[in-house]
Ligand binder design. Structure first.
Ligand code: KG4
Ligand code: ZN
Length: 368
């Protein structure tokens, strides 16, 4: 008899529950995407919390039913405890904690972004460290060197908007439905990515010299550039005609930045195993671009959309690691902004040891 684990995700606008067996195989995964926000063009925190409250019991019941597991057979219950909308988080945390207490089994708080790192592993047993991790979601954009689970050396993160947030805001500017990411990707397929020369923020310094040593992202300037262009086109009533080209040109700028930064990280760390996770990793153009840029010698790990977008299975899988490790990394309650457990500063001197620990990357030349 395997000892299954239940994972619950309620950080934003998905109520999700999943059951994994002890080897990390998905026995069931139920995702309820809230549509109460659609008419507002973005997530309304209070409505999200109320909807989670209404859905959590039936979503968990459906996951257990689908897995053929009774509550008393569970080994542990995990929930995403940070970061996210506090009212939404509190529903998952309070519900799961009470359920674990009633059953007399461990409750495991999981950091949502650590969950995203475990997403690809649910489908590919090779998606394990060491790797350079690119996490791109609606709230975060992070570039990490991950020599082993639980050690997350932060190379860079966004200084303003997250990548997904930029997709959502630009989607709104273009009159596309929420969330903007999938809508922009679809519109971009019909457009010319060269039509508008939007900026590639942080890719180059003012004088034109490449920025070295810094892997931070910035997307708010790009969003403003699109807004200005849209305003100009609106005067001539041409936004509709140009929508696909605007979407394609914007997406191209985001891909250039994400892929450029990731490749720079690969060079700096000396490891060409790359994992991309979070909702934006569902973008096919991004995967294709990264795969091409990394080349046939390297590895790219990604998951299908069901394990890349917010889901309970990634939370359960990260919880299995945390239970084995015997530490929750300081997480103990719902928090809107707690940092990811195990986050450490990256230092360029670490390159020799990082490269040495990465299979197949030993022969890579040093970046000057
Ligand atoms: O990880 P996720 O499901 O939720 C958060 O943790 O935020 O990511 C959601 C984000 C949204 O901003 C959404 O627009 C974006 O992921 N997204 C995409 C695509 N699918 C979802 N962005 C670009 N292309 C997509 N295909
Ligand atoms: Zn997420």
């Amino acid at each position: 008899m395997t000892a299954p684990i239940l994972g619950i995700e309620t950080t934003c606008d998905e109520t999700s529950a999943a059951v994994l067996d002890e080897r990390g195989t998905i026995l069931s995964l139920v995702i309820h995407s809230q549509d109460v926000h659609r008419i507002y063009g973005g997530v309304v925190p209070e409505l999200a919390a109320r909807d989670h409250l209404k859905r959590i019991e039936p979503v968990v019941a459906a996951a257990l039913h689908e897995a053929g597991i009774a509550r008393r057979d569970l080994r542990a219950i995990a929930a995403a405890a940070a970061p996210g909308l506090i009212g939404a988080l509190l529903v998952g945390v309070t519900w799961s904690r009470a359920a674990a207490f009633a059953l007399g089994i461990p409750w495991v708080p999981v950091h949502h972004m650590e969950g995203h790192l475990f997403g690809p592993l649910l489908e590919d047993p090779a998606a394990v460290p060491p790797f350079v991790g690119l996490l791109v979601s609606g709230g975060h954009t992070m570039l990490l060197w991950v020599p082993e689970w639980g050690s997350y050396f932060l190379l860079g993160q966004t200084r303003d908007d997250a990548a997904g947030e930029a997709f959502d805001k630009v989607g709104k500017l273009l009159g596309l439905p929420y969330p903007g990411g999938p809508a922009i990707e679809a519109a971009a397929r019909e457009g010319d990515p060269e039509r508008y020369a939007f900026p590639r923020p942080m890719m180059r310094r003012k004088g034109g010299a490449p920025v070295t040593g810094a892997f931070d992202f910035s997307f708010s300037g790009l969003k403003t550039a699109v807004a200005r262009t849209v305003a100009r086109l609106e005067e001539a009533d041409r936004v509709r005609d140009e929508r696909a080209h605007l979407a394609a040109s914007f997406q191209q700028a985001v891909l250039d930045v994400l892929a450029g930064r990731t490749l720079a990280a690969v060079e700096a760390v000396g490891c060409d195993r790359v994992l991309v996770g979070g909702g934006v990793s569902a973008n096919r153009a991004l995967r294709t671009r990264l795969r091409g840029d990394i080349g046939p010698g390297g590895r790219l790990f990604t998951g299908s959309p069901r394990v890349s977008l917010d889901n309970g299975a990634m939370i359960a899988r990260a919880a299995q690691f945390r239970l084995e490790a015997g530490t929750f990394g300081g997480l103990s309650e719902a928090s809107a902004s707690a940092p990811m457990p195990g986050t450490l500063p990256w230092r360029p001197e670490m390159r020799d040891s990082s490269q040495g620990s990465c299979p197949g990357s030993a022969a890579r030349p040093s970046p000057n």
